[in-house]
Write a protein of this length. Sequence first.
Length: 219
Amino acid sequence: MRASDWDARYAGTELVWGLPPNRFVAAELAQLPAGRALDLACGEGRNAIWLASRGWHATGLDFSAAAIERAARLAGEAGVADRTRFRVADVIAEAEPETGGRSDLPAAGCFDAVIVAYLQIPALARRIALRRAAAWLAPGGTLLVVAHDVENLTDGIGGPGEREVLYTPEDTAADLADVPGLVIERAGRVPRPVRTAAGEVNAVDTLLRAHRAAGPAAD
């Protein structure tokens, strides 16, 4: 989908994703000490706002201006405007953050946690986005990737119907396997209960967690 398509979706009066954080973001990051966090494709900002409510300073990036406008408003309503920053940015199209060139992206190596949640894009773009996410990690920082898995096409529910934008744990880990200093802790499939008219059904998500070891910044 183009930015204009997402702008149209976020123009409605109802929240697209709701206010609570993603269940896996909350489960994986709740025990981390507060620091600086980056949420890629942040949408309406639910994960960044939740982190800010726990003492983090959170930055959210999204290429939809409507999403960013709503995220900033919701952060204000939640009382965390002073600990959040939302910016319109396309992490695929813009210059590398570490090149020193003109870019709206943050500098590399400065975040204690980076979230990539449900950024459903084709393989080449996904690889670029994930490797840039890793580059933003400070030493000891945590990378969390959660996305709709390809198994939803046959055994799950929800998410895009196009195979080319769905993840697998193997592909996600391979995208990051040779990033210097990045340690992949685990990569696998996790069930996510979804309520339907017929009852509760499990969607299937890819989840990868990694951290950056002490040393030079990841490329």
